[in-house]
Design a protein around this ligand. Structure first.
Ligand SMILES: Cc1cc2nc3c(=O)[nH]c(=O)nc-3n(C[C@H](O)[C@H](O)[C@H](O)COP(=O)(O)O)c2cc1C
Length: 394
Protein backbone atom coordinates (compact mmCIF):
# COMPACT_ATOMS: atom_id res chain seq x y z
CA UNK A 1 0.00 0.00 0.00
CA UNK A 2 1.34 3.44 -0.89
CA UNK A 3 1.48 5.62 2.16
CA UNK A 4 -0.38 8.92 1.72
CA UNK A 5 1.76 12.03 1.99
CA UNK A 6 -0.20 14.00 4.55
CA UNK A 7 2.42 16.37 5.90
CA UNK A 8 5.98 17.60 5.40
CA UNK A 9 7.34 14.84 7.65
CA UNK A 10 5.87 12.24 5.26
CA UNK A 11 7.87 13.81 2.40
CA UNK A 12 10.94 13.85 4.63
CA UNK A 13 10.61 10.12 5.27
CA UNK A 14 10.36 9.35 1.53
CA UNK A 15 13.30 11.64 0.74
CA UNK A 16 15.40 9.88 3.38
CA UNK A 17 14.61 6.54 1.74
CA UNK A 18 15.36 7.71 -1.80
CA UNK A 19 18.56 9.68 -1.20
CA UNK A 20 22.02 8.55 -0.13
CA UNK A 21 22.61 9.39 3.53
CA UNK A 22 25.20 12.02 2.61
CA UNK A 23 22.67 13.92 0.47
CA UNK A 24 19.75 13.54 2.87
CA UNK A 25 21.86 14.70 5.83
CA UNK A 26 23.13 17.68 3.82
CA UNK A 27 19.50 18.84 3.53
CA UNK A 28 18.28 17.72 6.93
CA UNK A 29 21.19 18.71 9.16
CA UNK A 30 22.24 21.84 11.00
CA UNK A 31 25.35 23.35 12.54
CA UNK A 32 27.20 21.75 15.47
CA UNK A 33 24.73 20.50 18.15
CA UNK A 34 21.73 21.47 15.96
CA UNK A 35 20.24 23.35 18.94
CA UNK A 36 19.08 26.25 16.77
CA UNK A 37 17.66 23.99 14.09
CA UNK A 38 15.55 22.19 16.72
CA UNK A 39 14.60 25.45 18.46
CA UNK A 40 13.24 26.92 15.21
CA UNK A 41 10.67 24.16 14.92
CA UNK A 42 10.05 23.86 18.68
CA UNK A 43 9.26 27.58 19.07
CA UNK A 44 6.08 27.13 16.99
CA UNK A 45 4.93 24.71 19.70
CA UNK A 46 5.17 27.50 22.27
CA UNK A 47 2.62 29.67 20.49
CA UNK A 48 -1.08 28.83 20.37
CA UNK A 49 -3.80 30.06 18.06
CA UNK A 50 -6.92 31.82 19.44
CA UNK A 51 -9.78 31.04 17.05
CA UNK A 52 -13.07 32.95 16.96
CA UNK A 53 -16.13 30.79 16.46
CA UNK A 54 -19.55 31.52 15.01
CA UNK A 55 -18.27 32.29 11.53
CA UNK A 56 -18.85 30.34 8.34
CA UNK A 57 -17.06 32.10 5.49
CA UNK A 58 -18.41 31.40 1.99
CA UNK A 59 -14.94 31.95 0.58
CA UNK A 60 -11.51 32.04 2.13
CA UNK A 61 -8.73 34.16 0.67
CA UNK A 62 -5.16 33.18 1.48
CA UNK A 63 -3.41 35.19 -1.23
CA UNK A 64 -1.34 38.24 -0.35
CA UNK A 65 1.39 40.42 -1.83
CA UNK A 66 5.08 40.41 -1.07
CA UNK A 67 7.00 43.48 -2.24
CA UNK A 68 3.97 44.24 -4.37
CA UNK A 69 4.09 40.80 -5.98
CA UNK A 70 0.78 38.95 -5.79
CA UNK A 71 1.26 35.45 -4.38
CA UNK A 72 -1.32 32.70 -3.85
CA UNK A 73 -0.34 32.31 -0.18
CA UNK A 74 2.13 33.82 2.30
CA UNK A 75 4.62 31.01 1.62
CA UNK A 76 7.70 31.52 -0.58
CA UNK A 77 10.34 29.00 -1.61
CA UNK A 78 13.61 29.72 0.25
CA UNK A 79 16.99 29.72 -1.49
CA UNK A 80 18.68 26.33 -1.07
CA UNK A 81 22.00 25.53 -2.71
CA UNK A 82 22.80 22.12 -4.10
CA UNK A 83 19.30 21.20 -5.35
CA UNK A 84 20.80 19.63 -8.46
CA UNK A 85 22.62 17.09 -6.30
CA UNK A 86 19.23 15.98 -4.96
CA UNK A 87 17.70 15.65 -8.45
CA UNK A 88 19.20 16.72 -11.80
CA UNK A 89 16.20 19.02 -12.44
CA UNK A 90 16.98 20.76 -9.09
CA UNK A 91 16.25 24.48 -9.18
CA UNK A 92 14.26 24.22 -12.39
CA UNK A 93 11.84 21.82 -10.68
CA UNK A 94 11.59 24.18 -7.71
CA UNK A 95 11.00 27.23 -9.91
CA UNK A 96 8.35 25.46 -11.99
CA UNK A 97 6.51 24.07 -8.96
CA UNK A 98 6.54 27.48 -7.27
CA UNK A 99 5.20 29.15 -10.43
CA UNK A 100 2.42 26.57 -10.73
CA UNK A 101 1.54 27.16 -7.09
CA UNK A 102 1.48 30.92 -7.69
CA UNK A 103 4.38 31.88 -5.49
CA UNK A 104 7.96 33.15 -5.54
CA UNK A 105 10.99 30.93 -6.09
CA UNK A 106 14.17 32.34 -4.58
CA UNK A 107 17.12 30.86 -6.40
CA UNK A 108 20.19 30.33 -4.26
CA UNK A 109 23.50 31.94 -5.13
CA UNK A 110 24.90 28.44 -4.49
CA UNK A 111 22.55 26.86 -7.02
CA UNK A 112 23.95 24.71 -9.77
CA UNK A 113 21.63 25.84 -12.55
CA UNK A 114 22.49 29.18 -14.05
CA UNK A 115 20.02 31.85 -13.08
CA UNK A 116 19.24 32.40 -16.78
CA UNK A 117 18.16 28.74 -17.00
CA UNK A 118 15.79 29.17 -14.05
CA UNK A 119 14.42 32.39 -15.56
CA UNK A 120 13.78 30.61 -18.87
CA UNK A 121 12.16 27.63 -17.13
CA UNK A 122 9.46 29.59 -15.37
CA UNK A 123 6.96 32.35 -15.97
CA UNK A 124 6.57 32.78 -12.21
CA UNK A 125 8.27 35.38 -10.03
CA UNK A 126 11.96 34.65 -9.57
CA UNK A 127 14.18 36.22 -6.90
CA UNK A 128 17.93 35.65 -6.64
CA UNK A 129 19.98 35.22 -3.47
CA UNK A 130 23.40 36.83 -3.39
CA UNK A 131 26.66 36.01 -1.65
CA UNK A 132 29.90 37.94 -1.95
CA UNK A 133 31.85 36.23 -4.69
CA UNK A 134 35.29 37.26 -3.49
CA UNK A 135 35.57 40.58 -5.30
CA UNK A 136 33.29 43.49 -6.03
CA UNK A 137 33.67 42.98 -9.80
CA UNK A 138 32.62 39.31 -9.73
CA UNK A 139 29.74 40.07 -7.36
CA UNK A 140 28.52 42.93 -9.54
CA UNK A 141 28.74 40.68 -12.60
CA UNK A 142 26.22 38.21 -11.16
CA UNK A 143 23.98 41.08 -10.03
CA UNK A 144 24.05 42.36 -13.61
CA UNK A 145 23.14 38.88 -14.90
CA UNK A 146 20.19 38.79 -12.47
CA UNK A 147 19.02 42.20 -13.71
CA UNK A 148 19.19 41.09 -17.34
CA UNK A 149 17.31 37.87 -16.52
CA UNK A 150 14.48 40.00 -15.10
CA UNK A 151 14.86 38.68 -11.58
CA UNK A 152 12.42 40.72 -9.49
CA UNK A 153 14.23 41.01 -6.14
CA UNK A 154 17.74 40.47 -4.86
CA UNK A 155 18.05 38.64 -1.54
CA UNK A 156 21.33 39.42 0.18
CA UNK A 157 22.26 36.86 2.84
CA UNK A 158 24.15 38.37 5.79
CA UNK A 159 24.55 35.48 8.23
CA UNK A 160 27.59 33.72 6.75
CA UNK A 161 30.53 35.66 8.17
CA UNK A 162 32.37 32.33 8.29
CA UNK A 163 31.80 28.79 7.12
CA UNK A 164 29.95 26.70 9.73
CA UNK A 165 30.56 23.11 10.82
CA UNK A 166 27.79 20.69 10.05
CA UNK A 167 28.97 17.58 11.83
CA UNK A 168 26.76 15.21 9.83
CA UNK A 169 28.45 16.42 6.63
CA UNK A 170 31.90 15.86 8.14
CA UNK A 171 30.98 12.36 9.33
CA UNK A 172 29.50 11.45 5.95
CA UNK A 173 32.71 12.46 4.18
CA UNK A 174 31.43 15.53 2.31
CA UNK A 175 34.92 17.10 2.15
CA UNK A 176 36.35 13.92 0.58
CA UNK A 177 33.43 13.55 -1.85
CA UNK A 178 33.75 17.16 -3.02
CA UNK A 179 37.54 17.00 -3.29
CA UNK A 180 39.48 16.20 -6.44
CA UNK A 181 41.34 13.23 -4.94
CA UNK A 182 39.16 10.29 -6.07
CA UNK A 183 41.18 7.88 -3.90
CA UNK A 184 40.10 9.73 -0.75
CA UNK A 185 36.48 9.64 -1.94
CA UNK A 186 36.57 5.89 -2.63
CA UNK A 187 35.74 4.67 0.92
CA UNK A 188 32.68 6.96 0.83
CA UNK A 189 31.15 5.53 -2.33
CA UNK A 190 29.21 2.48 -0.96
CA UNK A 191 26.51 4.84 0.39
CA UNK A 192 26.08 6.16 -3.17
CA UNK A 193 26.05 2.69 -4.76
CA UNK A 194 23.21 1.72 -2.43
CA UNK A 195 21.01 4.22 -4.30
CA UNK A 196 21.38 3.18 -7.96
CA UNK A 197 18.49 5.33 -9.25
CA UNK A 198 19.93 8.44 -7.67
CA UNK A 199 23.43 7.49 -8.84
CA UNK A 200 22.32 6.84 -12.43
CA UNK A 201 20.68 10.28 -12.53
CA UNK A 202 23.84 11.87 -11.14
CA UNK A 203 26.13 10.10 -13.58
CA UNK A 204 24.12 11.34 -16.55
CA UNK A 205 24.44 14.87 -15.14
CA UNK A 206 27.66 15.45 -13.16
CA UNK A 207 28.58 13.76 -9.92
CA UNK A 208 29.53 17.08 -8.34
CA UNK A 209 27.81 19.84 -10.31
CA UNK A 210 29.36 23.29 -10.63
CA UNK A 211 27.98 26.49 -9.18
CA UNK A 212 26.39 28.04 -12.25
CA UNK A 213 26.31 31.49 -10.67
CA UNK A 214 29.80 31.62 -9.19
CA UNK A 215 32.02 32.37 -12.15
CA UNK A 216 35.65 33.22 -11.36
CA UNK A 217 37.80 35.87 -13.06
CA UNK A 218 39.04 33.05 -15.34
CA UNK A 219 35.47 32.53 -16.60
CA UNK A 220 35.26 29.10 -14.96
CA UNK A 221 32.39 28.07 -12.66
CA UNK A 222 33.46 27.14 -9.14
CA UNK A 223 32.57 24.02 -7.14
CA UNK A 224 31.16 24.41 -3.62
CA UNK A 225 33.58 23.29 -0.91
CA UNK A 226 36.29 22.55 -3.49
CA UNK A 227 37.26 26.02 -4.63
CA UNK A 228 34.52 28.23 -3.18
CA UNK A 229 33.01 28.83 0.29
CA UNK A 230 30.10 31.29 0.42
CA UNK A 231 30.63 34.50 2.36
CA UNK A 232 28.29 37.24 3.41
CA UNK A 233 28.04 40.71 1.90
CA UNK A 234 28.70 43.13 4.76
CA UNK A 235 26.38 46.02 5.57
CA UNK A 236 29.10 48.26 4.11
CA UNK A 237 28.79 46.39 0.79
CA UNK A 238 25.04 46.97 0.59
CA UNK A 239 25.48 50.49 -0.82
CA UNK A 240 27.23 49.34 -3.98
CA UNK A 241 25.12 46.19 -4.23
CA UNK A 242 21.96 48.31 -4.15
CA UNK A 243 23.37 50.74 -6.68
CA UNK A 244 24.42 47.94 -9.05
CA UNK A 245 21.07 46.24 -8.66
CA UNK A 246 18.63 49.13 -8.74
CA UNK A 247 15.59 47.02 -7.77
CA UNK A 248 14.06 45.75 -4.52
CA UNK A 249 16.67 44.44 -2.10
CA UNK A 250 15.86 41.94 0.66
CA UNK A 251 18.27 41.37 3.56
CA UNK A 252 18.19 37.75 4.76
CA UNK A 253 19.62 36.56 8.06
CA UNK A 254 18.41 39.22 10.47
CA UNK A 255 17.72 38.16 14.09
CA UNK A 256 17.92 41.41 16.05
CA UNK A 257 16.18 44.80 15.95
CA UNK A 258 19.63 46.38 15.56
CA UNK A 259 20.38 44.50 12.31
CA UNK A 260 16.84 45.05 11.07
CA UNK A 261 17.23 48.80 11.57
CA UNK A 262 20.61 48.76 9.84
CA UNK A 263 19.12 46.84 6.90
CA UNK A 264 16.31 49.39 6.57
CA UNK A 265 18.85 52.21 6.66
CA UNK A 266 20.84 50.42 3.95
CA UNK A 267 17.74 50.54 1.74
CA UNK A 268 16.20 47.08 2.27
CA UNK A 269 12.62 46.73 1.05
CA UNK A 270 12.25 43.62 3.22
CA UNK A 271 14.19 41.66 5.82
CA UNK A 272 14.05 37.92 6.37
CA UNK A 273 14.19 36.95 10.03
CA UNK A 274 16.38 33.91 9.56
CA UNK A 275 19.20 31.96 11.17
CA UNK A 276 19.80 29.99 7.96
CA UNK A 277 17.64 27.15 9.27
CA UNK A 278 20.13 26.60 12.11
CA UNK A 279 22.88 25.87 9.62
CA UNK A 280 25.23 28.72 10.60
CA UNK A 281 25.56 29.92 14.23
CA UNK A 282 24.45 27.09 16.49
CA UNK A 283 22.82 28.50 19.61
CA UNK A 284 21.35 31.47 17.74
CA UNK A 285 17.83 32.40 18.80
CA UNK A 286 14.83 30.72 17.17
CA UNK A 287 13.37 32.88 14.44
CA UNK A 288 9.76 32.93 15.67
CA UNK A 289 11.03 34.17 19.04
CA UNK A 290 13.08 36.90 17.33
CA UNK A 291 10.22 38.00 15.05
CA UNK A 292 8.16 40.31 17.30
CA UNK A 293 11.15 42.47 18.24
CA UNK A 294 12.15 42.85 14.59
CA UNK A 295 8.59 43.71 13.57
CA UNK A 296 8.44 46.35 16.29
CA UNK A 297 11.78 47.81 15.25
CA UNK A 298 11.03 48.24 11.54
CA UNK A 299 7.37 49.23 11.83
CA UNK A 300 6.04 49.94 8.37
CA UNK A 301 9.44 50.91 6.95
CA UNK A 302 9.89 47.50 5.30
CA UNK A 303 8.22 44.11 5.03
CA UNK A 304 9.27 41.34 7.39
CA UNK A 305 9.54 37.74 6.23
CA UNK A 306 10.54 34.76 8.37
CA UNK A 307 12.05 31.35 7.75
CA UNK A 308 13.20 28.46 9.92
CA UNK A 309 11.20 25.48 11.12
CA UNK A 310 7.98 26.28 9.24
CA UNK A 311 6.43 22.87 8.60
CA UNK A 312 2.64 23.38 8.68
CA UNK A 313 0.05 25.91 7.61
CA UNK A 314 -0.63 26.71 11.27
CA UNK A 315 3.07 27.59 11.66
CA UNK A 316 2.55 30.04 8.79
CA UNK A 317 -0.47 31.55 10.56
CA UNK A 318 1.46 31.95 13.83
CA UNK A 319 4.24 33.81 12.02
CA UNK A 320 1.72 36.00 10.18
CA UNK A 321 -0.12 36.72 13.43
CA UNK A 322 3.16 37.84 14.99
CA UNK A 323 3.79 40.27 12.15
CA UNK A 324 5.43 38.39 9.27
CA UNK A 325 4.22 39.34 5.81
CA UNK A 326 5.04 35.82 4.63
CA UNK A 327 7.33 32.90 5.41
CA UNK A 328 9.88 31.01 3.34
CA UNK A 329 10.29 27.24 3.44
CA UNK A 330 13.73 25.67 2.94
CA UNK A 331 13.96 22.00 3.90
CA UNK A 332 10.29 21.27 3.11
CA UNK A 333 10.75 21.93 -0.60
CA UNK A 334 14.06 20.06 -0.63
CA UNK A 335 12.33 17.05 0.97
CA UNK A 336 9.65 17.33 -1.74
CA UNK A 337 12.35 17.44 -4.41
CA UNK A 338 14.11 14.39 -2.98
CA UNK A 339 10.86 12.49 -2.59
CA UNK A 340 9.40 13.17 -6.04
CA UNK A 341 11.13 15.87 -8.10
CA UNK A 342 8.90 18.70 -9.33
CA UNK A 343 5.73 16.79 -8.37
CA UNK A 344 7.10 16.40 -4.86
CA UNK A 345 7.75 20.13 -4.50
CA UNK A 346 4.27 20.80 -5.89
CA UNK A 347 2.83 18.36 -3.34
CA UNK A 348 4.52 20.16 -0.46
CA UNK A 349 3.30 23.56 -1.66
CA UNK A 350 -0.23 22.16 -2.06
CA UNK A 351 -0.17 20.99 1.57
CA UNK A 352 0.45 24.60 2.64
CA UNK A 353 -2.22 25.98 0.28
CA UNK A 354 -4.89 23.46 1.42
CA UNK A 355 -3.95 23.85 5.05
CA UNK A 356 -4.17 27.64 4.88
CA UNK A 357 -7.59 27.49 3.24
CA UNK A 358 -8.83 25.23 6.04
CA UNK A 359 -7.13 26.85 9.00
CA UNK A 360 -7.82 30.49 8.12
CA UNK A 361 -11.51 29.51 8.18
CA UNK A 362 -11.11 27.55 11.43
CA UNK A 363 -9.44 30.61 12.93
CA UNK A 364 -12.64 32.51 12.20
CA UNK A 365 -11.37 34.62 9.30
CA UNK A 366 -12.28 34.83 5.63
CA UNK A 367 -9.00 36.44 4.57
CA UNK A 368 -5.44 35.77 5.74
CA UNK A 369 -5.04 39.57 5.87
CA UNK A 370 -7.34 39.58 8.93
CA UNK A 371 -4.93 37.38 10.92
CA UNK A 372 -3.20 39.44 13.60
CA UNK A 373 -1.81 39.45 17.14
CA UNK A 374 -5.32 38.88 18.55
CA UNK A 375 -5.16 35.37 17.05
CA UNK A 376 -2.18 34.11 19.06
CA UNK A 377 -1.09 33.56 22.60
CA UNK A 378 2.69 33.69 22.87
CA UNK A 379 4.66 33.13 26.08
CA UNK A 380 4.95 36.12 28.42
CA UNK A 381 7.62 38.52 27.29
CA UNK A 382 7.46 37.56 23.61
CA UNK A 383 5.40 40.49 22.41
CA UNK A 384 7.73 43.39 21.96
CA UNK A 385 6.96 46.88 23.06
CA UNK A 386 8.18 49.33 20.45
CA UNK A 387 9.84 52.57 21.51
CA UNK A 388 6.84 54.38 19.95
CA UNK A 389 4.38 52.38 22.08
CA UNK A 390 6.45 53.05 25.18
CA UNK A 391 6.51 56.78 24.40
CA UNK A 392 2.74 56.95 23.78
CA UNK A 393 2.18 55.27 27.16
CA UNK A 394 4.01 58.22 28.74
C1 LIG B 1 20.07 22.33 1.80
C2 LIG B 1 19.99 23.79 2.13
C3 LIG B 1 20.76 24.69 1.43
C4 LIG B 1 20.67 26.06 1.73
N1 LIG B 1 21.38 26.96 0.97
C5 LIG B 1 21.23 28.28 1.19
C6 LIG B 1 21.87 29.22 0.35
O1 LIG B 1 22.57 28.88 -0.59
N2 LIG B 1 21.69 30.53 0.64
C7 LIG B 1 20.91 30.98 1.67
O2 LIG B 1 20.77 32.18 1.89
N3 LIG B 1 20.28 30.09 2.47
C8 LIG B 1 20.42 28.77 2.25
N4 LIG B 1 19.75 27.87 3.04
C9 LIG B 1 18.90 28.37 4.13
C10 LIG B 1 17.45 28.57 3.64
O3 LIG B 1 17.36 29.61 2.71
C11 LIG B 1 16.53 28.92 4.82
O4 LIG B 1 17.05 30.02 5.51
C12 LIG B 1 16.33 27.75 5.79
O5 LIG B 1 16.35 26.53 5.11
C13 LIG B 1 15.01 27.91 6.50
O6 LIG B 1 14.82 26.90 7.44
P1 LIG B 1 13.98 25.55 7.15
O7 LIG B 1 14.85 24.70 6.34
O8 LIG B 1 13.74 25.02 8.52
O9 LIG B 1 12.72 25.94 6.42
C14 LIG B 1 19.83 26.51 2.76
C15 LIG B 1 19.06 25.59 3.47
C16 LIG B 1 19.12 24.23 3.16
C17 LIG B 1 18.27 23.27 3.93
Amino acid sequence: MVRPLLNVEDYRVVARRRLPKVVFDYIDGGAETEQTMRANAASFGEVFLRPRGGTRPEQVRVGTTVLGEPVSMPVLVAPCGGARVVRPEGDLAGARAAAAAGTVFIQSGMSNHRLEEAAAATTGPLWFQLYHLGSRELTEAVVERARRAKVRALVVTVDCAAGSVRERDRRNGVPALLGTNRLKALPRTPQLLAHPRWLAARLTDALVPELGNVIGADGRARVLGRDFIPRTCSFADLDWVRAAWGGPMVVKGVLTPEDATQAVEAGASAVVVSNHGGRQLDGAEATLRALPDVVAAVGDRCEVLLDGGVRTSTDVLKAVALGARAVCIGRPWMYGLGAGGQAGVAGVLQLFQDGLQRNVALLGCSDVAEVGPQHVRAPAGWLATSPEKEASRG
